[in-house]
Design a protein around this ligand. Structure first.
Ligand code: UDP
Length: 448
């Protein structure tokens, strides 16, 4: 009966078109669909998800003008996000107005209005919802600790800490323990003012009724409590979404499954999995050093090198003996494989959660954005990995690999990550904190 009542509520999801954002949004959609809501995904043409992987959803393409303006190849994410927020607004408004019109025709006005659930980076969706008097809810695909840094930037600017005097400073940031200035998500963006404006805008809740975070109490209790104090609307920790909705796949690249057969032939906990996610990449020199470090460590490895990353030619041969290189892996399956004993990761939030939930300890090499915050939590708070610098030479890479895969320290990290994994499993079981959060979210969606 109750399920039927939820069934009449249409949710329009507006994901940000990057792999690390699409995955949690579509996982959330799957979770809410399983709870009786109808799901429409309003997506850009740039990096659009494959509708065939989600037969229960309706897909609504929104023109995005990125191609026309020639910025799809831009490596500056702020350019892409800013462009999307300008160019997608009018088309989304038209599409939502049409949906509202047809709902009225079909249900004679007795229908609840659609609710818009948007990625915080796609803030135009909140503006559109507000103009059409539709309810909206923000999804954060980063964790609570990262969102808190965004809220603290205006004060840090006022007190003269930002712009940073020293981007590599190890001093603690006031009010953001245990983050150091070097961990703030400010690195590698070309224009600080534009970045700060964008962060302020993407985290501004405005007319939204709630915030959903892909995290959980047992990982971020105190940050979640601070975040709830900061936000005037309910904050729902609904995570880790990938374990709650394990079957859903929303890969933009084709997964190379041959690596699972290869892993089947490797011994228990012996393989190092190496991936920097969907955006970060290594330059030619870093690739060369990594290739050398991996081969000289003599540890088997599975390395994801996305299309476009070219290994120096002289390395192809020697690498083939101990390792496997693929363009894109079924990462969750790889991390869950018993042969995988460690993850060399850029610490994107999805990869971090996936690694912890699979009980795999990490070498953290954060590149930009929230990755530096996540790496600090991994190494200093949960103590399930250690951090290394960028631009390492091969001998340092080899040492780090041995430290994780062979030394006592690595074993301790593995024990700790397995106990954290078990703690998370308890939190997401029936009747535990996650279920309360989901039930409160349902109520919130039904009442807004
Ligand atoms: N991923 C994957 N195969 C790969 C590399 C990454 O399926 O070969 C997935 C990974 O499981 C994660 C997402 O891509 O869900 C990357 O998101 P994350 O937040 O870790 O990093 P981002 O790509 O946003 O930097």
């Amino acid at each position: 009966m109750e399920k039927q009542r939820w069934g009449i509520r249409k949710l329009v999801l507006v994901p940000c078109p990057f792999q690390g954002h699409i995955n949690p949004m579509l996982q959330l959609g799957t979770l809410l669909h399983a709870n009786g809501f109808s799901i429409t995904v309003a997506h850009t043409k740039f990096n659009f998800p494959n509708p065939e992987n989600h037969p229960d959803f309706t897909f609504l393409p929104i023109p995005d003008a990125l191609f026309d303006r020639g910025i799809t190849s831009s490596i500056d994410l702020t350019d892409i996000i800013s462009c999307l927020n300008v160019s997608c607004k009018a088309p989304l408004k038209n599409s939502l107005a049409q949906i509202m019109e047809s709902e009225k025709e079909n249900h004679g006005g007795g229908q609840k209005l659609p609710c818009v659930i948007y990625d915080g980076s796609m803030y135009f969706a909140e503006a559109v919802a507000h103009e059409l008097e539709l309810p909206s809810i923000m999804l954060r695909t980063t964790n609570a600790s990262t969102l808190l840094t965004y809220y603290s930037f205006p004060q840090l600017q006022k007190e003269g800490y930002i712009p940073l005097q020293d981007g590599m400073s190890l001093a603690l940031v006031p009010g953001l323990y245990p983050l150091r200035f070097k961990d703030l998500p400010l690195a590698n963006f070309k224009n600080l003012d534009i970045l700060l404006q964008l962060m302020a805008r993407t985290s501004d809740i405005r007319s939204s009724s709630a915030v959903i975070c892909n995290t959980l109490d047992c990982l971020e209790k105190s940050s979640l409590a601070k975040l709830q104090e900061q936000c005037k609307v309910p904050v729902f920790p609904i995570g880790p979404l990938h374990t709650i909705v394990p079957s859903s796949s929303s890969s933009l690249l084709k997964e190379d499954r041959s690596c699972i057969e290869w892993l089947n032939k490797q011994s228990h906990n012996s393989v190092l999995y190496v991936s920097l996610g969907s955006i970060a990449s290594m330059n030619q020199n870093e690739l060369r050093e990594m290739a050398k470090g991996l081969t000289s460590s003599r540890q088997p490895f599975l390395w994801v090198l996305r299309p476009g990353s070219l290994l120096p030619e002289d390395f192809d041969e020697s690498i083939g003996e101990k390792g496997l290189i693929v363009k894109w892996a079924p990462q969750k399956e790889v991390l869950a494989h018993k042969a995988v004993g460690g993850f060399w990761s850029h610490c994107g939030w999805n990869s971090t959660l996936e690694s912890i939930c699979a009980g795999v300890a990490m070498i953290c090499q954060p590149c930009f954005g929230d990755q530096t915050v996540n790496a600090r939590l991994v190494s200093h708070v949960w103590k399930v990995g250690f951090e290394v610098d960028n631009n390492l030479v091969s001998i340092e890479i080899e040492k780090a690999i041995r430290r994780l895969m062979l030394d006592v320290e690595g074993q301790e990290l593995r024990h700790r990550v397995i106990s954290l994994k078990k703690k998370i499993e308890l939190c997401t079981q029936e009747g535990a904190s996650f279920c309360n959060s989901l039930s409160e979210l349902r109520k919130c969606i039904l009442s807004c």
